[in-house]
Design a protein around this ligand. Sequence first.
Ligand SMILES: [Zn+2]
Length: 213
Amino acid sequence: MDETPTTREPAPGPLALVQDFVNTAELPGGYDELTDIPAAVTWLDAHGFEVNPDESQRRRLVETREHLRTLIGVNSGLSLPAHAATRLGKLLDAASVHPVVDAGGVRLASAARGVDGFLAALLAALLQSSIDGSFRRLKVCRSDTCQWTFYDNSKNGCGTWCSMRSCGSRAKARAYRERHRHETASGGDSEAAGVAVVARARRPHLLRRRLAE
Ligand SMILES: [Zn+2]
């Protein structure tokens, strides 16, 4: 039985920052909230980081995002190319974090500002979520036309689509067409395509963007 819910909750705690960061780009060929410096400043400010990156730093952020998506893809059964792992490690190496001990225990913090401070927050979130196991539930949607990063909150941790109502339904519509392509008339195909169009309009991240605007 597929336990994929019709909607997905965001990743818990600091991992939500990683999820939002990777989802600054809608693939393939959609919007990119890091497309230029003003857009990057707006996104960073909305997430609590007063950062004014120059062009090389903006490109560093974009490169970090793309390698992070590759890393998250491992949780969806994809492979991790060695160069991507090495490069992401080097990009995050600029993010110095140090332990802070207080009554709540030990946490990671950083005195870095700017892009390095943001990367430090990403690194802390990645470390914490890797230790507590939540990182393994951060996944890339299996649909090639989506690739949205979602948090798999299903009971069995076997979710594959960002939303059953959108991508899952589209995949099922495609499978249906494949199974019946020699049997159905063109009207049947139109009906299946209609399901796909409706499903795309319901993509949760697009709805979320609309709500945020
Ligand atoms: Zn999807």
